[in-house]
Design a protein around this ligand. Sequence first.
Ligand code: ADP
Ligand code: MG
Length: 697
Amino acid sequence: MTTVPEYFGSLVFDTRVMKARLSGDVYRSLKQTIQKGVKLDPTVADAVASAMKDWAIENGATHFTHWFQPMTGITAEKHDSFISPAPDGRVIMEFSGKELIKGEPDASSFPSGGLRATFEARGYTAWDPTSFAFIKGKTLCIPTAFCSYGGEALDKKTPLLRSMEALNRQALRILKLFGNESVRRVSPSVGAEQEYFLIDKEVYDKRRDLIYTGRTLFGAKPPKGQELDDHYFGPIKPRVEAYMADLNEELWKLGILAKTEHNEVAPSQHELAPIFTTTNIATDQNQLTMEIMQKVAAGHGLVCLLQEKPFAGVNGSGKHNNWSLATDTGVNLLSPGETPYENAQFLLFLVAVVQAVDDYQGLLRAAVATAGNDHRLGANEAPPAVVSVFLGDELTAILEALETDTAYAGVEKKKLKLGVDVLPHFFRDTTDRNRTSPFAFTGNKFEFRMLGSSNSIACANIMLNTAVAESLRQYADELESASDLSTALHDLIQRVIRQHKRIIFNGNGYDDAWIQEATEKRGLLNLRTTPDAIPMLVQKDNMAMLVRHKVFTESELRSRYEIQLENYCKTVRIEALTMVDMARKEILPSVEAYVSDLATAAAAKSTVSEELPWGYEKKLLRKLASLVDTMDGRVDSLEEKLVRLDTLRDTTEEAAFIRDELIPAMGELRAVADESETQTAAKYWPFPTYGELLFSV
Ligand code: ADP
Ligand code: MG
């Protein structure tokens, strides 16, 4: 197979393959299951499984796996081969409907936040037929949800599917009010732009911080960083181009619509954006994309870094979650319409999102909270930790006119009457210029820009879907009982704008003055770190909302609170331990070796002649000896804090200690080590410098 259309999706058990390989009846039942969630008949399941197996074997597979997304944030798989002993001592290849529909991985080592005691190790995986099975290597991967036997979600997919259901339910109520009876399903659509770094494998292998933590914990600023802006959209180097070509091919085979690729702001930083699709598929595909990115890199002698902040001093990597609402009839509900009626409907969905972001800022912030992302948010390279919505001047002016019943100063200068007037045409371009906003309307979709590059996009979309479902639920409750829809709609939209306009901000999100205004005047949340943000998951109103829409139970939320904080604690603890190790075993001995050589040189000079000057050695020796002592003291102090950390028993307490004590101590150790680097001769420095890492490809 040579051309892209020929091999696109060749490793996916998609509609085309299903149609070709299943009998008409089986295909129709499966379609019912995919589209409407109808339970699959066991005989149909057997037929589907058998066709899947034959197709997989023809494409080189020997194993199958239930592919799932536990709370670790990455995907999990346990391979089982298709082989089954035959009476003649040989084997046949088998795969049953039962194996397709349900799996029982021994799940005792996945984080459950107390939901599943270790002795109750059993969890089960259930096939998600809405996401196609695919082949990875020699394994048929079946996308699944992962639950405990009590039915609690142990993964990121289950609540995501539930949130899509909640949103569908409420959006259909609204569409019905507008007389839209033909729409059967409303699905959130997502396109996730993925940033990453590529560095040479040889330099990577010499940095234990990169190996253990995915980011550099030491490293002085190189003479050149990103200040010239010469990397962003710059020409792609041949080695990176070859990587991207291979990556695209792998992704296309898996049916992933990889579309755009370019160099990003920092040296060695790049981005890949796919064409958007339904949220749960976009989520599966983003997980797969991250995995394939790393795998393909290895084949090119490269390493793909997905950590949010691999290097201090240059931009970190994020993920832009482009989000909209699509009907099964092909309409984008966040696209301004051509008729007055469509416009009123558009405005209602628009303000529903604005209200959702305002009411549930905390949940959106918590959804992107990780130790890695804490380094980016608010660091003038990514949006601040304060959530706000950018609508652009024109749309904001339209909302203002509606709010105050005054003339819209746009093209026609007249009062806008909902349900009667067509919206003035505003240009998509004017809506997309503000890159500093965490949540921007970009013409026909919203772009949530706070996600970290390694985050699963599931979390952000669960919160977004459910929060919008909640706005829509309130509107539907109110409008369904209204006698005059037009008036009720007008009043409702006006009220929502009044109540929630504080979240709209079109200015520069990086400006300190904004943070002050947001927190002091507008009362918006500024949750700067993960330990500040995660408690939002169990805050009373947030929890009630998520429970109301059946997206989480209270115990699921408490378990997620526990897991996310625990993950933060473990991540930073590993980083601190790595720093201690590198400082003690690599940096201090190296600087000391240099000190010793300098001292020898000085002593040698003095034996040749008392008159020989040795000011250079003396100056450096004084400086380095002092840095070495300071560094040693700071390593001691960090170690001492690590010992104290290990005495704490409560996750919340641990997280606070890490934020307030451990991270500052890590910063202090890094500062002195980085200063030593600038004073130490290159050949003594124990590992590749920032310059060598950032310009390694
Ligand atoms: P830009 O960020 O420069 O505006 P695009 O508008 O082309 O770029 O799209 C960025 C991302 O948004 C792409 O992944 C694209 O597929 C996605 N996107 C476009 N339309 C929608 C939509 N209706 N719903 C969700 N994502 C969308
Ligand atoms: Mg974008």
